[in-house]
Ligand binder design. Structure first.
Ligand code: IMP
Length: 460
């Protein structure tokens, strides 16, 4: 079976763990979008591994691939590689980089940081994603993996820098007359990467259309999609399943789409977030001191700031790429139904339910603006408020032991509160669930009876 993995909210849904589990049975694991703005955290063999650009399939010794819509920072790629080997894993499968993969150059990172320090901030990861995508769309100022390994790389780079001269001077990256020395400096730095990646270059279209058991590993979340996300607070690549089809030229009829739903949404960076708990400005400077028992009581009495903080702490919601505290929110069924629609999701995988233990929860089932209600996810999301269902969800703490027991016994052993939550999510979105994660460990994951039981909800 071939599978596309997408994040259902704004990223950080715990895709790393699910991809890692599914990678076991895959022949190829391919990254299809984004760059090292992603951070996939996997707990395997007692180690915590964070990968930014190398597909997580490497941990199982699988063949891995970077497709044409990936933005590749070669420095991070080899840092990921070293990190994996230092943790005792061997990269034994084939590694393929499509020649059309776009290379992130030092000036992309500088341009991103420069823009973020101005008035129009998006809250990017400052990894150069927007600027590299802009050069890709511009067509004459891009550097692809093919360019990097070509003998003509120095020539091409100088031409690109000359074309971008005004922009680079404007951003204070170079001064008039420094084009050639700046270009030479980059060539000097990047030639080591060119030598190393030369043997990895291969046309991914032929591989992805001839091999079996392919897992397409997404980065970011559907609501950050460059077309369908919450503009302008989005990333610069396609994060939706349709984007995979267009960018990797695969046959969608041969792929199943699994949407990864974190038990609660989170967001890093700016942008509308209807079910947000607390205010982002305060979250940015929030103390990391553990939440007290007294604060927990207040949280469950309805203090939004505190419940947001509690979820952030239990869910370790601090960026694995930037370390920024993430904004957290109540479950949002409206956003998930939209995500199911724009991705043609076949099944959900739900992660981090253990991080919501002991908390009183509600789910958004509509949005409201100027007293008008909608069940649609609006194009102009700003100023919409969530409408919550009257139902409250609650379940007690789940220890690692409990999670392991439930995972081996099957769906029926889940706490009643979780079953209620899942049932409502399934019925609202009209999509069943196939995987439930109650613990970060790869070996503690619930799949037994999950699809069968949740398909049953659709007929109730
Ligand atoms: P960029 O992708 O670095 O340009 O950032 C654009 C927006 O996408 C910002 O709000 C980022 O915080 C967000 N973003 C990018 N990558 C991720 C990710 O992997 N997880 C969550 N948010 C992300």
């Amino acid at each position: 079976m071939n599978t596309i993995i997408i994040g259902a909210y704004w990223g950080d849904e715990g895709k790393g763990k699910i991809v890692d589990i599914l990678a076991k049975d895959a022949n190829w694991v391919a990254r299809y979008n984004g760059g090292d703005n992603a951070g996939h955290t996997i707990k395997a063999q007692g180690k915590r591994i964070v990968l930014h650009i190398l597909p997580t399939g490497v941990l199982y010794g699988k063949n891995v691939l970077l497709g044409p819509d990936v933005f590749l920072n070669p420095k991070t790629f080899f840092a990921d590689w070293e990190h994996v080997e230092e943790q005792g894993f061997k990269i034994t499968g084939r590694v393929v980089i499509d020649p059309r993969t776009h290379i992130i150059m030092p000036y992309h990172i500088d341009l991103d940081s420069k823009r973020e320090s101005g008035d129009n901030t998006i809250g990017t990861t400052k990894r150069g994603i927007g600027p590299v995508a802009k050069d890709k769309a511009n067509r004459t100022t891009d550097i692809t993996a093919y360019d990097l390994v070509s003998d003509k790389f120095p020539e091409k780079l100088l031409r690109v820098i000359k074309e971008k001269k005004a922009e680079l001077i404007g951003a204070g990256i170079i001064k008039e007359g420094e084009e050639e020395s700046y270009s030479n400096k980059i060539v000097e730095e990047y030639k080591q990467y060119a030598t190393k990646i030369k043997d990895f270059i291969a046309n991914s279209v032929y591989i992805l259309n001839s091999e079996e058991n392919i897992l397409m590993e997404g980065a970011q979340g559907a609501l950050l999609d460059v077309v369908h996300g919450t503009r302008p607070y989005i990333t610069a690549s396609n994060t939706t399943a349709g984007g995979v089809v267009a960018n990797c030229a695969i046959d969608p009829r041969k792929f199943k789409t699994i949407g990864i739903v974190k038990a609660y949404p989170s967001r890093v960076g700016e942008g509308p977030f209807p079910t947000e708990l607390g205010e982002y400005e305060k979250v940015k400077n929030e103390s990391k001191d553990p939440i007290t028992e007294e604060e927990k009581l207040k949280a469950n009495e309805g203090d939004e700031e505190l419940i947001g903080k509690w979820i952030r702490q239990d869910g370790h919601e601090y960026g694995s790429t930037t370390g920024r505290p993430r904004r957290t929110g109540m479950p949002d069924f409206v956003a998930l139904k939209y995500s199911a629609l724009i991705n043609n999701v076949d099944e959900w995988a739900i992660t981090k339910l253990d991080c919501l233990c002991s908390k009183k929860l509600r789910a958004a089932i509509a949005y409201e603006k100027n007293s008008e209600k909608t069940e649609e996810f609006p194009y102009d999301l700003e100023n919409y408020k969530p409408v919550y269902s009257d139902k409250e969800y609650y379940w007690e703490d789940i220890s690692e032991e409990d999670a392991a027991r439930i995972s081996s016994e099957g769906y029926d052993s889940l706490p009643q509160g979780i079953k209620e939550y899942i049932k409502d999510l399934v019925k609202f979105t009209n999509i069943p669930v196939s995987i439930i994660s109650l613990n970060p460990k790869r070996e503690i994951t619930l799949t037994k009876d999950v699809l069968e039981r949740t398909k049953g909800y659709l007929n109730e």
